[in-house]
Design a protein around this ligand. Structure first.
Ligand SMILES: Nc1ncnc2c1ncn2[C@@H]1O[C@H](COP(=O)(O)OP(=O)(O)OP(=O)(O)O)[C@@H](O)[C@H]1O
Ligand SMILES: [Mg+2]
Length: 484
């Protein structure tokens, strides 16, 4: 068994004379080096390694060994059996024969290094004993480093996995499945993504998921809410400043883009950026350079930009409030998150998820929810989307006991927006609060339904297809309804 002080060696050598010479050399450092086993062929060596993974730190392997299994093939098999063990090849070849090609093919097969046994004019030691011993110590250090790296990689991986679990996107509806597919598809690439959706739909959560599934997952994810930072501070927040660059700049300040270097920046409410911050942001995205206040020369950074907005950024561009060039840079790929009320049974899935979460958090047992209460929750409009649902559940867990009933959820303290029955709300909304003749109501319905279907279709012919209409009929009906 290897321990921190003694390096455990497996010697694979078939000539007694050379076994003696290797042992003689190693004896020079007997307090640090120990030959745990000696075997005379490749199969026996492999068998020992298979049986005792981690018993040996270093294998000293004669290149021209008897038996079929030897050389590069044996090196590869040993490394397969124990990926951390380091192999030092000893060879009879003289320096002139052991050329670059030879070394290269050994290293490629997975050897750590090689030493020449001959010219064998010294009986007790192998040729150049200090080089040989030094190689063993270096090989051991390499083994330790590789093990250490694996351990820290594993820790990082575990922390990414636990983050992904904490940032899990709940939902099995079609839009959520499509959302998950988009995340998988685009996360690995480096494209900038504009995430749109109403308030509380999960924009930041989606950004987190993209980051955690990207190549940047071990690096920082830096969220910035552009809407909550005063305009005059936003540039120094994003890009930082040097000491003394303006009155009051006592120290230097790292900008968030510097902090996020190699990672991901999430620009929330990106539409709120001032025109001059927009120019600077464009430069970071285009050139990977930031102009820090008070610094001569720019600074190079490598960040992926994910942005979010609940405004219609295209119309902000049309109205001249947002730079068009920046818009296209941010919106290489759009991801739109649908409102919660369009996600069907996801409402109840999320409800149950949060119910369990908050109950566990409070250390109480998960309350039961009666069918009527579920119906109300399922039909509610959820204007504040998942964020609203989350706080509704939080309030319910605090207020209710073991049972959640229709009465509990109808309590205006719980569902803060008024609930009407589903049908009544829809009719009232459509008819403007009056009762209309059937023909007129049908017209209102058609108009709204056509508009809705168009809004979720890629083109008019796609909308016609969704409605099961021939395109010509669809155009005619749109015209009759006065829809352009
Ligand atoms: N699909 C989901 N599964 C689980 N939790 C979700 C989901 N969507 C949103 N949440 C949770 O709901 C809350 C709001 O989500 P998030 O902050 O990502 O929304 P947002 O769109 O950024 O909101 P805002 O517009 O208010 O900034 C968070 O606590 C988030 O974890
Ligand atoms: Mg947000």
């Amino acid at each position: 068994m290897s321990n921190d002080n003694v390096i455990s060696i497996l010697l694979v050598e078939d000539e007694d004379f050379d076994v003696r010479r290797v042992k003689g050399t190693i004896k020079l450092f007997s307090e640090r080096l120990r030959i745990a086993d000696t075997v005379s062929n490749g199969r026996a060596a492999l068998e020992l390694i298979h049986k005792n993974v981690d018993r040996y730190d270093v294998v000293i392997l004669d290149y021209q060994i008897s038996g079929g299994l030897k050389g590069e093939e044996l090196i590869r098999l040993i490394r397969e059996a124990d990926p951390f063990v380091q192999i030092i090849v000893i060879t009879k070849m003289t320096i002139n024969v052991s050329d670059y090609e030879f070394a290269n093919s050994l290293l490629k097969a997975g050897a750590f290094w090689y030493c020449t046994k001959y010219p064998g004019n010294i009986e007790e030691y192998i040729y150049q004993p200090t080089d040989f011993l030094l190689s063993i110590f270096n090989a051991y250090e390499k083994k330790k480093l590789e093990k250490h790296k694996l351990r820290s990689d594993r820790r990082l991986m575990q922390s990414v996995e636990s983050m992904l679990e904490a940032k899990k996107l709940i939902g099995e509806s079609k839009p959520m499945k499509e959302l998950r597919e988009s995340i998988e598809k685009y996360a690995k690439s480096e494209v900038n993504i504009l995430i749109t959706g109403g308030s509380g739909t999960g924009k930041e959560l989606v950004a987190w998921n993209i980051h955690l599934k990207s190549r940047r997952k071990y690096e920082k994810f830096v969220p910035i809410n552009c809407g909550s930072i005063p305009q005059e501070l936003i540039e120094s927040e994003l890009f930082g400043y040097e000491k003394g660059s303006f009155t009051g700049a006592h120290g230097m300040k790292l900008g968030l883009f510097e902090v996020a270097n190699h990672g991901t920046v999430f620009l929330d409410e990106v539409s709120e950026l001032s025109p001059s911050a927009q120019v600077k942001l464009l430069r970071v995205i285009q050139e990977g350079e930031i102009d820090k206040i008070g610094r001569t020369g720019s600074l190079t950074v490598n960040v992926r930009v994910l942005a979010a907005t609940n405004k219609n950024l295209a119309s902000e561009v049309n109205d001249g409030r947002f730079r068009e060039d920046l818009y296209y840079r941010l919106n290489v790929v759009p991801i739109d998150i649908v409102p919660l009320r369009q996600r069907g049974d996801d409402i109840l899935l999320l409800f149950d998820y949060f119910l369990e979460f908050f109950s566990r958090d409070l250390g109480v047992s998960v309350p039961t929810v009666d069918a009527k209460a579920r119906e109300i929750l399922r039909n509610y409009r959820w204007p504040g989307n998942v964020r609203e649902l989350r706080s509704v559940v939080q309030r319910l867990v605090l207020h209710c006991g073991e049972k959640i009933t229709a009465k509990d959820v109808s309590n205006p303290m719980i569902l803060t927006n008024p609930i009407l029955t589903k049908d009544a709300t829809k009719f009232e909304e459509m008819s403007g609060g009056q009762v209309l003749p059937l023909r007129e109501m049908e017209r209102v319905f058609r108009m709204r339904y056509f508009k809705y279907v168009r809004s979720i279709s890629s083109s008019d012919s796609n909308a016609a297809e969704k409605l099961g209409l021939a395109p010509s009929n669809f155009y005619r009906m749109c015209k009759e309804l006065g829809i352009k």
